[in-house]
Design a protein around this ligand. Structure first.
Ligand code: IVH
Length: 676
C-alpha cells in the first residue's frame, strides 16, 4: 500500500474514533458496541506501531476519553464530609490548641495528644460498606451530597471489595484520599496540569475502563457513618484500618505538644520531595474520640482538627500592569497582571497586591520583577520585588483616590478595635449606586453558597447587568426570558434550563438567605449563627424595626462589629426595599434543629460562676444541643440559674426574688441524665 493511502485509512479511523468518543462523552450515546470500539482502537494503535510516520493529535495513544462526565447520580452523604481549617505557622497551632483547652476547660499545662497525618493532595472519597461488602462510593461533592462513582472506584486495587475480618462494623463509610503517584503521573503529565487533576479527571470518567488505565491509589484515614464501632482513639482507628485491609499513610504518628508538631512538620517538609505522592501539609486530629465528640464542629470544620499547610510554591515573573478591582464591599483591590508563569502546575497570570498600604510598603511598581507565591487554594500574591532588576525609568505607583467604577471619593474606615485606619480603601458610594459593587453583590447573591443558581455565572451576571436586565437582586427572579431567547448564545433549551433553576431556588434556608444579602462581616458562619438564633425569616425582617439590635451580640460568635454592620444594612433604604421585594417572591425556611434531643425544650438557662471541668462555650453548646436556650439576663423568662464556683451573688438574689430555680452544676447534669 502506498504511504498516502495508509495515511488516509489511518485518518479515517481516527476520525471515526473521535466521533464515537464525542457522542459517548458529550451526548451519552453509544454509536457502536464496546467491542467494536476496542477493535477500532486496537487497529489504529497497530497501524501506528507498524508505520512510524503515522501521527495524529486525536490518536488514542495520545488521548484517552478524558473528558469528565456530568452524568453521575447525586447521593446524600449519611454524615457530611467537612473541610478543615488551616494553620500556616506555630502561632496558628498555639491558637488552635488554646481554643481546645478553653473549650474543654482543661488546665493550661495540659498536653493534648494528636494523631498527625500527612495531608495527601488528592480527591476525598467516601466508601460505603454493608456487611463487609463495598456497595457504593461517593465523591465529596459539596460535602453534603456527592456523586456516585462506585464503578470507577471499584477499579482501584487499594480499595477492598470484601472484608471478612470479625470486628469490621456491619455498616460503615470509610473515608480517604484517591490519588496518583508522581512516577505514574509522569506518563500522562501532558494531559493534566498536576497529579490531583489527573486523579479527579480519571475518577469522573463515564467509562470505568478509562479509569482503570490510570493507576490510582487509595489511602484511608477516617470514617463517616458507622454502627457498632468500639474504638477510643484515632490512632487505634488507623491501626484497625490496616487490619481491615486498607492502606494507611506510613508517616502517620502520635504527637504531644505544639512544639513537637512544629518539629515533625519541619522534618516532613524536608522529606516531601522524596515521597512518591503530593502532600500539602499535615492534618492534626485530637487523638481521643471522646474529646473529639465534646469539641464538635463550628460551621463547616471540626474544632478538633486542623491542617498545617506546607509553605507554598514560588515563581519569578514581571508585572505588566496594576489594575484596581472594586469588590462587593467597595474595597479597592490592586491586582498585578503578570507575565504568565507556571507555579506548582497551575498557570498564574494575576497576583493580588492586597491593598494600598501593601503597595506602598513594598514599593511595587509596573515593570518590576517579582516573586509570586501560590499556597493551596489561596489567591496568588506578590511576596517581594527584585530591586536590582528595576528599570531606571520606573515610576512609583499612584493609588487612585476615586473609585475607578463610579468616580466617588474613596475612604479608609477607622477601625474601633485596632484604633487605626483600615489598610483597605473603599468606594464611599451607597451599595448598588456604584456599578461594580452592584455587580459583585449580585454575583454573590447567586453564588454557590448563597442562592446557588446554575447557569447564572459571573460573566452572565455582568452581561445581564450591562443590558439592565438585572439591577437589583430581586430582578434575578423576574427575568425577561422572551428577551434572553434572542440573545446570541442562548437557545430555547438554555433559557428554559435557566428559568427552571431560578424558579427552583425560590425556596431557601434562612442562613443562606442572610448570607446572600452580602452584609459586611456576615459570612457563612455568622449567617448560620444568626439564623439559628432568629429561627424564622420574620424575625430577621423585624430587625429593620428593632431599635435594640445589641441583643444579637449575646450570640456566641457575633460581636459589636457584626451588630454595627447589621444596623448599617437595615438603615439603608435600598436594602429595605430589596427585602420587601424578596419577601414577596421567596419562601424562606426557618431553622429546624437536627440531631437534638428535646430534654431541655422550652427551658431557659443562665450561668454564673465557673463550672467544673467544662467551659461556658461547651455548657452552652450542650444546652442548645438539647433544645434549651441560654439567656443573658435574670428576668421572668429565665427558668434556671446554674451556679458554679464564685457566682455573682446579685444574680442569685435576683433569681430568688423572682422565684427562679437556682441549681448546681450536678443538678443541671442530672437533668441531662449525665452525672459529673
Ligand atoms: S480528615 C472532618 N484526614 O483534607 C475532617 N482529611 O480540608 C475530615 N485530607 O477533604 C478530613 N488527608 O480531602 C482528613 N489524614 C487526613 C487527610 C484529610 C487529606 C483532605 C481531605 C479533606 C481535606 C480537608
Amino acid at each position: 500500500m502506498k504511504e498516502s493511502s495508509i495515511k488516509n485509512e489511518y485518518k479515517k479511523k481516527i476520525k471515526l474514533l473521535h466521533k464515537y468518543n464525542k457522542a459517548y462523552f458529550d451526548e451519552n450515546k453509544s454509536l457502536i458496541t464496546d467491542q467494536e470500539f476496542d477493535i477500532l482502537k486496537k487497529n489504529v494503535l497497530e497501524l501506528e506501531k507498524k508505520y512510524s510516520f503515522l501521527k495524529h493529535k486525536n490518536s488514542p495513544s495520545k488521548v484517552l476519553g478524558f473528558k469528565p462526565s456530568k452524568n453521575f447520580k447525586k447521593v446524600k452523604h449519611r454524615v457530611p464530609m467537612l473541610s478543615l481549617n488551616n494553620a500556616f505557622n506555630e502561632k496558628d497551632l498555639l491558637n488552635f490548641e488554646k481554643k481546645i483547652i478553653n473549650f474543654l476547660s482543661l488546665s493550661k499545662s495540659e498536653e493534648i495528644e494528636y494523631s498527625a497525618e500527612p495531608k495527601i493532595d488528592g480527591i476525598s472519597t467516601s466508601l460505603i460498606y454493608n456487611n463487609g461488602r463495598f456497595i457504593q462510593g461517593l465523591s465529596r461533592g459539596d460535602g453534603k451530597e456527592g456523586e456516585d462513582i462506585t464503578e470507577n472506584l471499584k477499579t482501584i486495587k487499594d480499595i477492598p471489595k470484601i472484608i471478612k475480618v470479625k470486628n469490621f462494623p456491619t455498616e460503615i463509610d470509610i473515608r480517604g484520599e484517591v490519588f496518583i503517584q508522581n512516577n505514574d503521573f509522569k506518563n500522562i503529565s501532558e494531559k493534566f496540569a498536576n497529579p490531583r487533576n489527573a486523579a479527579s479527571g480519571s475518577l469522573r470518567q463515564k467509562d470505568p475502563k478509562v479509569t482503570s488505565e490510570i493507576p490510582l491509589k487509595f489511602i484511608a484515614y477516617t470514617y463517616g457513618y458507622a454502627n457498632n464501632i468500639n474504638i477510643d482513639y484515632q490512632s487505634d482507628f488507623l491501626k484497625n484500618l490496616k487490619y481491615w485491609g486498607f492502606k494507611t499513610n506510613q508517616f502517620n504518628s502520635i504527637i504531644k505538644g505544639v512544639h513537637n508538631l512544629a518539629l515533625n512538620h519541619k522534618n516532613l517538609e524536608k522529606k516531601r520531595k522524596e515521597i512518591n505522592f503530593d502532600i500539602d501539609g499535615i492534618v492534626y486530629k485530637v487523638n481521643n474520640f471522646d474529646l473529639q465528640k465534646r469539641l464538635g464542629f463550628a460551621a463547616n470544620a471540626p474544632r478538633w482538627a486542623i491542617a498545617h499547610k506546607f509553605s507554598a510554591n514560588n515563581s519569578v515573573s514581571e508585572i505588566l500592569n496594576i489594575e484596581i478591582q472594586v469588590g462587593r464591599t467597595g474595597a479597592l483591590t490592586p491586582v498585578a497582571k503578570i507575565k504568565p508563569v507556571n507555579i506548582g502546575g497551575v498557570k498564574v497570570s494575576n497576583a493580588t497586591l492586597h491593598n494600598e498600604d501593601e503597595i506602598l510598603r513594598k514599593d511595587i511598581r509596573v515593570g518590576d520583577t517579582v516573586t509570586v507565591e501560590r499556597a493551596g487554594d489561596v489567591i496568588p500574591h506578590v511576596i517581594s520585588v527584585d530591586l536590582k532588576k528595576r528599570k531606571k525609568d520606573s515610576q512609583k505607583f499612584v493609588f487612585p483616590k476615586n473609585c475607578p467604577s463610579c468616580g466617588s471619593l474613596t475612604v479608609k474606615d477607622y477601625n474601633e478595635t485596632t484604633k487605626k485606619k483600615d489598610a483597605v480603601r473603599r468606594c464611599s458610594s451607597d451599595a448598588y449606586a456604584c456599578e461594580k459593587i452592584a455587580i459583585e453583590k449580585i454575583k454573590h447573591f447567586v453564588s454557590k453558597e448563597a442562592f446557588n443558581i446554575d447557569g447564572l455565572g459571573k460573566k452572565i451576571v455582568e452581561n445581564f447587568f450591562k443590558i439592565k436586565l438585572i439591577k437589583l437582586p430581586q430582578d434575578v427572579f423576574n427575568l425577561n426570558y422572551e428577551k434572553i431567547k434572542n440573545f446570541e448564545g442562548w437557545g430555547k433549551l438554555s433559557v428554559s434550563n435557566l428559568k427552571y433553576s431560578i424558579d427552583n431556588k425560590k425556596n431557601i434556608s434562612l442562613d443562606k438567605f442572610i448570607y446572600s444579602l452580602g452584609i459586611r462581616h456576615i459570612g457563612l458562619e455568622n449567617a448560620k449563627l444568626l439564623a439559628k438564633h432568629l429561627k424564622f425569616s420574620d424575625n430577621f425582617f423585624k430587625l429593620s424595626s428593632t431599635k435594640n439590635m445589641s441583643e444579637l451580640s449575646n450570640i456566641d460568635g457575633i460581636g459589636e462589629m457584626q451588630v454595627q454592620s447589621l444596623k448599617n444594612f437595615f438603615s439603608n433604604k435600598i436594602n429595605l426595599n430589596i427585602l420587601v421585594e424578596l419577601k414577596k417572591i421567596l419562601k424562606i425556611r426557618g431553622v429546624v434543629s437536627i440531631n437534638q434531643t428535646s430534654i431541655l425544650k422550652n427551658k431557659t438557662f443562665m450561668l454564673t460562676g465557673k463550672l467544673k471541668g467544662i467551659s461556658r462555650a461547651e455548657a452552652k453548646s450542650i444546652i442548645e444541643q438539647n433544645s434549651g436556650k441560654i439567656i443573658s439576663n435574670v428576668n421572668k423568662k429565665l427558668d434556671y440559674l446554674i451556679i458554679g464556683e464564685k457566682p455573682t451573688m446579685k444574680k442569685i438574689n435576683r433569681a430568688n426574688e423572682l422565684k427562679i430555680s437556682v441549681i448546681t452544676q450536678s443538678e443541671w447534669l442530672k437533668m441531662l441524665n449525665k452525672t459529673s
